[in-house]
Design a binder for this molecule. Structure first.
Ligand code: TLP
Length: 341
């Protein structure tokens, strides 16, 4: 048995999703003529409460097109500690948009009080801050949900000062499921929102960027510039539509499985895990053992069919998703126990 907990990106499309892909109506999307893409974009805009949306090949391109559309070279943008947009997108934020990330807060979330002193004004000496970014849920923060009140205050403050706000909502539906609210309660505060179809929702490819019609018109141009203008990609959009129609409701299931695994890990000698941060489908834990570091533990787990992702010398990430069922979690708990118990 293989239990792949490296990421929720590893899911494979099942027979029904594949059928929807095979039967998708397609056209040339660079001409705006792919009916499946158009439908996905309309559905997505409606779901997140925005005027318009754009199908993107990846979450990285969604974030980077958003940054490019909102900023000019030489600006600065506010990001939470460890955010994907500045740390895990190959430096695109600086290389492509030429903006300086200003990191605020701890563990991925931050407050309005932490943001205000970091905002850089209009002196000719400074890289003027024009964009504020929030990642929710936060990947490197261990799937933590950005507190709703902080997010509201941050966006309101940004808007009062004439700044834009972008949400890296790669896993925003996990955040909404964890809070038990409609995702619009989160997305309504932002000028632009990206979410991924290829993570917890289980589609093989794709992300969506939403915003005002005006913003999306600008983003469309940059998507083309970045090489993201796809043609008969309705085959991929059909998987996204299927995912939105079938896989949103079940995200809470992944959260339960993650909690169960985290509770078992917490009991093991030499594993440190902050249970307050186990809120969704991502678990990050520290390995504090004389005999094993994170890399060695990863190798030992793999020998017994459990795949995890070492994210530093002493930290490991495990992510639950729709291809790991309750027996898979039982197996993972057993293997962790055998190696560490
Ligand atoms: N995250 C991936 C890896 O790149 C680390 C993962 O396995 O979790 N925003 C957030 C919050 C993300 O976690 C990711 C992907 C992205 C954006 C980028 O999405 P893709 O991989 O589609 O470019």
């Amino acid at each position: 048995m293989i239990v792949d907990l490296r990421s929720d990106t590893v899911t494979r499309p099942g027979p029904e999703m594949r059928r929807a892909m095979a039967e998708a109506e397609v056209g040339d999307d660079v001409f705006g003529e792919d009916p499946s893409i158009n439908r996905l974009q309309e559905m997505s805009a409606e779901l997140i409460g925005k005027e318009a949306a754009l199908f993107m090949p990846s979450g990285t391109m969604s974030n980077q097109v958003a940054i490019k559309t909102h900023t000019r070279h030489g600006d600065s943008v506010i990001v939470g500690e460890g955010s994907h947009s500045y740390l895990l997108e190959s430096g695109a934020i600086s290389a492509v948009s030429g903006v300086a990330p200003i990191v605020v807060g701890k563990g991925g979330t931050y407050t309005k009080a932490e943001m205000i002193p970091a905002l850089i004004g209009s002196s000719i000496h400074n890289p003027q801050t024009t964009l504020v970014m929030v990642e929710n849920t936060h990947n490197q923060g261990g799937g933590v949900v950005f507190p709703l009140q902080d997010l509201e205050e941050i966006c309101a403050e940004a808007h009062t000062r004439g700044l834009k706000a972008h949400l890296d909502g790669a896993r925003v539906f996990n955040a909404a499921a964890a809070l038990g609210i409609n995702v619009r309660e989160i997305t309504k505060h932002f000028d632009s929102v990206s979410f991924c179809l290829s993570k917890g929702l289980g589609a093989p490819v794709g992300s969506v960027l939403g915003g005002s019609k005006n913003f999306i018109a600008g983003a469309l141009r940059f998507r083309k510039m970045f090489g993201g203008g796809m043609r008969q990609a309705g085959i991929l959009a059909a998987a996204g539509i299927w995912a939105l129609e079938h896989n949103l409701e079940r995200l809470a299931e992944d959260h339960k499985q993650a909690r169960r695994l985290a509770e078992a890990l917490e009991e093991l000698p030499g594993i440190e895990i902050d249970m307050r941060r186990v809120q969704t489908n991502i678990i990050i834990f520290t390995v504090k053992r004389q005999d094993l570091d994170a890399l060695q533990l990863t190798v030992r787990l793999k020998e017994s069919g459990v795949l995890v992702l070492p994210i530093s010398k002493d930290r490991i990430r495990a992510v639950t998703h729709l291809d790991v069922d309750s027996q898979g979690i039982d197996h993972a708990i057993k293997v962790f126990g055998q190696i560490l118990g």
